[in-house]
Design a protein around this ligand. Structure first.
Ligand code: AP5
Length: 216
């Protein structure tokens, strides 16, 4: 099954995609993570993206489409993938349709994570990530079982994203409203849009997503 998790910054796309990946053996394709890896490696693409990501604006479509097209073609995607952060514009959505058609794949479902905008800044500003294995945490909503130690790999090093601050969130939200929200009617028109309550506790959000995908 190939799906998109669609929602604003902090909606919980990455959190739920990580769970789906380990539970249903689908591959998480996070364009945000891909860009952060490119930036860390100092590649040409990473250098091009750096300032744009830090500002909260969207990276140009051509760069993003190339990145995802290469990734979807890899063998591990054959068993199903979860798009997390892509598409984010109508041009990206159309490019995705074309690349799936070319490779004989199809999009099974788009899951909208419906959230209350007021809660998103708190979610994003409190987020931190294990520097070694990438597991995501939150100061209030998902602390490690033992403070300062990653539940999954035992690392004691954590990182925070430079774009996770209240000021940049304003630009990220504006980009979402102007460029990404219009994708909801696009996918509703195709009859593949489902909605879950992204404001529920993480386990409940996951239960709803799982129910939509595979039944109870
Ligand atoms: P990206 O990395 O995709 O960021 P985003 O879309 O802004 O989404 P986030 O990662 O902030 O949020 P999320 O929905 O994954 O939430 P999470 O699960 O972490 O993109 C970053 C940048 O890269 C963009 O701004 C842009 O510049 C560029 N970019 C990326 N893709 C692009 C594209 N296709 N085109 C152009 N540019 C692109 O949860 C957030 C926090 O809340 C966590 O701490 C979590 O623990 C907590 N939380 C999660 N769920 C719950 C819950 N139910 N209750 C309480 N807390 C919760």
């Amino acid at each position: 099954m190939n799906i998109i998790l669609l929602g604003p910054p902090g909606a919980g796309k990455g959190t739920q995609a990580q769970r789906l990946q380990s539970d249903l053996s689908m591959v998480q394709l996070s364009t945000g993570d891909m860009l952060r890896a490119e930036m860390k490696s100092g590649s040409v693409l990473g250098e091009q993206a750096k300032g744009i990501v830090a500002s909260g604006k969207l990276v140009p479509d051509a760069l993003m489409v190339g990145l995802i097209e290469d990734r979807i073609a890899r063998p591990d995607c054959a068993g199903g993938f979860i798009l997390d952060g892509f598409p984010r514009t109508e041009a990206q959505a159309q490019a995705l349709d074309t690349m799936l058609e070319k490779t004989g794949k199809k999009l099974d479902m788009v899951i909208e994570m419906e959230v209350d905008e007021a809660a998103l800044t708190e979610r994003v500003v409190g987020r931190f990530t294990c520097a070694k294995c990438g597991t995501g945490y939150h100061e209030t909503f998902k602390r490690p079982k033992v403070d300062g130690i990653c539940d999954v790999c035992g690392s004691t090093e954590f990182t925070r994203r430079p774009d996770d601050n209240a000021e940049t969130m304003k630009t990220r939200m504006a980009a979402y409203r102007a460029q990404t929200e219009p994708l909801l009617p696009y996918y509703r028109g195709k009859g593949i849009l489902k909605k879950v309550d992204g404001m529920a506790a993480m386990d409940e959000v996951y239960r709803q997503i799982r129910a939509v995908l595979v039944g109870a």
